[in-house]
Design a protein around this ligand. Structure first.
Ligand code: DX5
Ligand code: ZN
Length: 226
């Protein structure tokens, strides 16, 4: 079976918020597959970022699907607004959602792809019951809240475990990894099962987001095709 190409999802959290259109265009020229949008509410995580109006503005300029990562206390309240604003993928944290199946089916009913996110300390087994119903699982490889943090090495084991939970459930859901991804760990995370790589600092902190996206994509896919 031919392996699926690895997708790169630049996280605009590290971009210049006064020039989002310019930075997104650069990442897209470099081959970005998705645009990762981090929504933080100052409660679930100790940082505040952006809401539906900004997603709507980004939707007008971006040509790639928007992958909206909700780091908020009560995602159910806002999911419809984010999908209407232009989110193609919406992920919610398993640590805050009370009725995960209800939330995941709401995202799908609205026409977006549904993902569940796990913090580093949340065990891989926590997605077992939802595995047959999700489109993707997002594994956090840092504690969420900020760009530019260091990759937690145990995340490699977590990726392998999540893949095995999904496989046992007969799920072909993709695995996304988020936090501290750069050229130094790209091969390891792909080998451990990641299909979508989020990168903030490694792309927008590099001074040349176009080249950085292209380089990360090339390294990620070397392993898949080589
Ligand atoms: C962290 C966010 C990430 C962050 C990644 O809470 O979910 O998407 O922007 O940034 P880097 O790649 O710099 O760790
Ligand atoms: Zn994120």
């Amino acid at each position: 079976m031919k392996a699926r190409p690895v997708q790169i999802a630049p996280s605009i959290l590290s971009a210049d918020f006064a020039a989002l259109g310019r930075d997104i265009a650069a990442a897209e020229r470099g081959g970005a597959d998705l645009i990762h949008v981090d929504v933080m509410d100052g409660h679930f995580v100790p940082n505040i970022t952006l809401g539906p109006p900004v997603v709507r503005a980004i939707r007008r300029v971006a040509t790639r699907p928007l992958d909206v990562h909700l780091m908020i206390e009560d995602p159910d309240r806002y999911i419809e607004e984010f999908v209407t604003a232009g989110a193609s993928m919406v992920s919610v944290h398993v640590e805050v959602v009370r009725h995960l199946h209800r939330t995941v089916s709401l995202i799908r009913k609205l026409g977006a792809r549904a993902g569940v996110v796990m913090n580093p300390a949340t065990p891989a087994g926590s997605i077992e019951a939802i595995a047959p119903d999700v489109d993707f699982v997002l594994v956090m490889s840092v504690n969420p809240g900020f760009s530019g943090q260091t990759f937690i090495p145990h995340s490699l084991e977590k990726l392998r475990r999540v893949r095995s939970v999904l496989d046992s459930a007969g799920s072909s859901a993709l695995i996304e990894i988020d936090g501290g991804i750069d050229q130094s760990n790209v091969s390891e995370v792909v080998a451990a099962g990641a299909n979508i790589l989020v990168a903030g600092q490694a792309i927008f902190g590099s001074g040349d987001p176009e080249a950085a996206t292209r380089a990360l994509r090339a390294s990620a896919n070397q392993l898949v095709s080589g």
